[in-house]
Design a protein around this ligand. Structure first.
Ligand code: ZN
Length: 259
């Protein structure tokens, strides 16, 4: 059994054929999924999906691109739902910063405050974090450590495969590996992968984005999680079935709700 621990099934690109998407996932052994929060407007849709399908869960949170939309009370109103199992995806993304030095500093400051508020929410709710990091490894690591994110732990997703983040292993963090690993230019992630403890690897797609080879350019979907598993198995030279069992165990130790 494979769990896609990061898939935006609430995205509008899945509205028309979600039943087929779920069915295709099942045929590829992908039997569960976690929908991270990104745009708070999509939360009602995530709840709707989770109420319809077994073994699909969601998280409450705002992606750094939607940081200005943070409303903690709104997130809390969804957090008591039995299928809400995590907080995020929250974090720092310095890839698309505004022009001008002052504007850059203000944007970073705002993202940091919103990130910290969500770490505090996770601790209050006692739920693990889903962390988005892009071009902001050092600041993200510092914030996670200074704000005691260790109390709840979580998964690092979309990290730039930076050695800086490996240290977070000892702070209760798992590493979500996705389709980027199959890209021809995934040199950094390929280098970092063997340094990640095996018991800390999770699988994800981040669909509808970052579609793995050979489907690059098309919409990503949970069925492709299997391609990521195969690539890890090839790179680490571990039998795929054995690896699947190991990762399954990892997934369940962080997200106990999956059956
Ligand atoms: Zn995402």
């Amino acid at each position: 059994m494979i769990i896609d621990t990061h898939i935006h099934l609430d995205d509008k690109s899945y509205v028309d054929d979600l039943d087929d998407v779920i069915e295709r996932a099942q045929t590829q052994e992908v039997k569960g999924a976690l929908i991270p929060g990104a745009d708070p407007k999509d939360l009602p849709r995530a709840v709707e999906i989770c109420e319809k399908y077994d073994n699909i869960f969601f998280a409450v949170g705002v992606h750094p691109y939607h940081a200005t939309d943070l409303d903690i009370e709104y997130l809390k109103s969804f957090a008591s739902h039995p299928k809400c199992i995590a907080v995020g995806e929250c974090g720092l993304d310095y890839y698309r910063l505004p022009e001008g030095e002052e504007a850059k500093i203000a944007e970073k400051q705002m993202q940091k405050e919103v990130f910290i508020a969500q770490i505090e929410l996770a601790i209050e709710l006692d739920k693990p974090l889903i962390i988005h990091i892009r071009d902001a490894s050092f600041d993200s690591k510092t914030i996670l450590i200074e704000n005691d994110a260790k109390k709840v732990g979580g998964v690092l997703h979309c990290y730039n495969a930076s050695d800086i983040l490996l240290e977070l292993d000892s702070h209760g963090f798992y590493f979500g590996i996705g389709g980027v690993l199959t890209f021809k230019n995934a040199k950094k992630l390929v280098e970092v992968l063997p340094k990640i403890p095996l018991e800390k690897i999770l699988l994800e797609t981040d669909g509808p984005y970052l579609t793995p080879h050979p489907h690059r350019g098309k919409r990503n979907e949970p069925a492709y999680t299997k391609l990521v598993l195969s690539k890890i198995s090839e790179l680490l030279n571990i039998n795929e079935d054995r690896l699947e069992l190991m990762i399954n165990k990892n997934t369940n130790s962080l997200f106990k709700e999956f059956s």
